[in-house]
Write a protein that binds this ligand. Structure first.
Ligand SMILES: O=P(O)(O)O[C@H]1O[C@H](CO)[C@@H](O)[C@H]1O
Ligand SMILES: O=c1cc[nH]c(=O)[nH]1
Length: 236
């Protein structure tokens, strides 16, 4: 038990997928896991544990934004001994050649949050993915023929920016897409010496204004989930 998770000791696997949306957690468990068992119900932030191709694995919703995701990541590591954490999320594309439904693998995560300025006393920390997980995810996406991009992403505290063109500054420095949790995940993984990766599917486009539906965001980005599961569990 931890403050925000009511799973019993041993109920959560060492490898955990982390969608922001708790209903995506349920979808992942029902679609991909054998014998899924719900391990968390606190605050409706659903979490499930089962097996995938015979290997134990969990999925835990994190909510939206770094304060929420940071709580679950830290409790999973400190309270349950989790060692491999892979965020599976949606993102908005900053680049014309990164299309809606493409996969983006976050090599590093910029942020507009004060989270790391506070943690590092006003200095700038560069949160990065685990290299082995990143390579494994890219290779598996390539093998399946998915359009996959690896690069810098933006973890923002603000979904609705006052200035809808403000993303262009980041786009001009090669940042591929925006989401809201990876910088916290990568920083906490470094602090506790565990492996982390963020795999995203583009759900909307800040340049072309293309969007996907809420239902599609919840249930249909299955390519990303397969890539994340196989990379995290070391399945060829
Ligand atoms: O689809 P998820 O994983 O929730 O990720 C993205 O979607 C939410 C915003 O709609 C934020 O959590 C953002 O990071
Ligand atoms: O944070 C996010 C997630 C999806 N799409 C966005 O535009 N922003």
């Amino acid at each position: 038990m931890s403050l925000h998770l009511n799973a019993k000791e041993g109920q959560i696997a060492e490898t955990v997928l982390l969608p922001g949306d708790p209903l995506r957690a349920q979808h992942i468990a029902e679609t991909f896991f054998d014998n899924p068992v719900q391990h968390n119900s606190v605050r409706g932030m659903l979490g499930f544990t089962g097996t995938y191709k015979g290997k134990p694995v969990s999925v835990q919703g994190t909510g939206m934004g770094m304060p929420s995701a940071g709580i679950y990541v830290q409790e999973l590591i400190q309270g349950y001994g989790c060692k491999t954490l892979v965020r599976v999320g949606t993102a908005g594309s900053y680049q014309k050649d990164v299309h809606v439904r493409d996969i983006v693998i976050g090599q590093a995560a910029c942020t507009d949050s004060n989270l790391n300025f506070t943690r590092f006393g006003g200095l700038s920390y560069a949160p990065i993915a685990d290299f082995g997980l990143m390579m494994a995810a890219y290779q598996r996406a390539q093998a399946r023929g998915y359009a996959a991009h690896v690069g810098n992403i933006m973890s923002s505290d603000i979904f609705y920016q006052d200035d809808p063109t403000s993303f262009e500054m980041w786009a001009n420095y090669g940042v591929l897409a925006v989401e809201m949790e990876a910088a916290a995940l990568y920083t906490l993984a470094a602090k506790f010496g565990v492996r982390a990766l963020c795999v995203l599917t583009i759900s909307d486009h800040l340049v072309t204004k293309e969007v996907t539906t809420a239902e599609e965001r919840q249930t249909t980005f299955n390519g990303m989930i397969e890539v994340a599961l196989e990379a995290a569990l070391g399945i060829e």
